[in-house]
Write a protein that binds this ligand. Structure first.
Ligand code: SF4
Length: 368
């Protein structure tokens, strides 16, 4: 390990000096780094095998010249956040919850990030005035039951600033759930300090932390201990992972990741199909491959380990589960995990979907 691995690496030159350039030419690395933010923390650098050209951790964090190639279908706002942003920092896509995008910085920058055009060091976060307007929107909208703190990574904030925001949200009667999305326990586990854990707890509200992790090697002893500090303090944890070509798109790796998460008391929540972010085609799989992977997991790893495989529909239409589907022929035939088909009798009480309150919306997502 070089001395540079003791600090976060931000530039192409630092990557070369640390031996993490994977043979790429310096000029290409510099062009990518000037286009999209780069940050590799010591905890992540430690995980990268510099001599492995296919290292799954390097694929997630080390810049690649292919990022400069934008496909026609790729989009700077691939999941359509802007279309649902009534005030700066808020995305209100589903009726009962909002995203509160507090910061645009992260501890590490993932090469496949769907907000890669918005995040980076020095991009700051919400100004005090913008934060006050975002909180005012939440206060004035009684349908909002859940606030999802995201960014960037909200855990780059100091415990003091985080505590202040959590307290503001905690004072809003109709907000019951405070959910924080983060990569910090993996990227910089030491930052999950007792003060930060205390900042996340709000009397009378349920705080959840959702960990973003994509490969079992990310769950080091230090990362596991960081998650345990949160969970032991009464904060339940879920996970979200992104299906990535050459990182976790095989049954053995995905099974190991999901099992490791459950061993850490983290319930796998979402497996995201990778979004159409610019310059990320080399990291995306096809939906059919994702469905085949989910089929292979069904029945072979515990139900506790099963995430929902979802796609954020481009254009801002929300998330939808994308299978695979085990029901055939109008629900009369169901497939088991060995591929055997079984008949299931029709229900004597058939209700129209609208009777269940599942009215379809034209433009606002109804998804999970
Ligand atoms: S931590 Fe999240 S927001 Fe930050 S670069 Fe990675 S995917 Fe994007």
């Amino acid at each position: 390990m070089t001395a540079l691995k003791e600090k976060t690496l931000h530039s192409a030159a630092e990557l070369v000096e640390a031996g993490l350039d994977r043979g790429a030419d310096l000029g290409a690395l510099q062009r990518v780094a000037s286009r999209y933010a780069v940050a590799i923390t010591p905890a992540i650098a430690e995980l990268i095998a510099p001599t492995d050209p296919d290292d799954p951790i390097a694929r997630q964090f080390v810049p690649d010249a292919r990022e400069l190639v934008k496909q026609e279908q790729e989009n700077a706002d691939p999941i359509g956040d802007d279309a649902h942003s009534p005030v700066e920092g808020i995305v209100h896509r589903y009726p009962d919850r909002v995203l509160l995008k507090l910061v645009n910085a992260c501890a590490v920058y993932c090469r496949f990030c769907f907000r890669r055009e918005m995040v980076g060091p020095g991009r700051g976060g919400l100004s005090p005035k913008a934060l006050a307007a975002a909180l005012a929107y939440i206060r004035a909208t009684p349908e909002i039951w859940e606030v999802i703190l995201t960014g960037g990574d909200p855990l780059v904030l100091s415990p003091r600033r985080l505590k202040a925001v959590m307290a503001e949200l905690g004072a809003i009667d109709h907000v019951k759930i405070l959910r924080v999305h983060t990569r910090m326990p993996v990227a910089a586990p030491e930052r999950i300090s007792p003060a930060l854990v205390r900042a996340l707890r709000v009397p009378g509200k349920a705080s959840y932390v959702v960990l973003h992790a994509n490969h079992p090697r990310e769950l080091t002893a230090a990362a596991r201990a960081a998650c345990a500090r949160l969970i032991d303090a009464g904060i339940p944890m879920l996970s979200q992972s992104v299906l990535l070509h050459g990182v976790n798109d095989d049954v053995a790796t995905m099974s190991a990741l999901l099992r490791a998460l459950v061993e850490c008391r983290i319930k796998p929540y979402y497996l995201h199909h990778a979004d159409l972010a610019p310059g990320t085609a080399h990291l995306r799989t096809g939906i059919a491959e994702g469905q085949a992977l989910m089929r292979a997991l069904h029945g072979r790893v515990s139900g506790l380990c099963q995430p929902a495989y979802v796609l954020d529909i481009p254009g801002g239409f929300g998330k939808s589960p994308i299978g695979p589907n085990y029901l055939n022929e109008g629900g009369a035939v169901i497939e088991d995990f060995n591929g055997r088909r079984h008949c299931y009798p029709p229900s004597p009480h058939i209700r129209h979907p609208e009777a269940l309150g599942a009215k379809r919306r034209a433009s606002k997502g109804d998804g999970p």
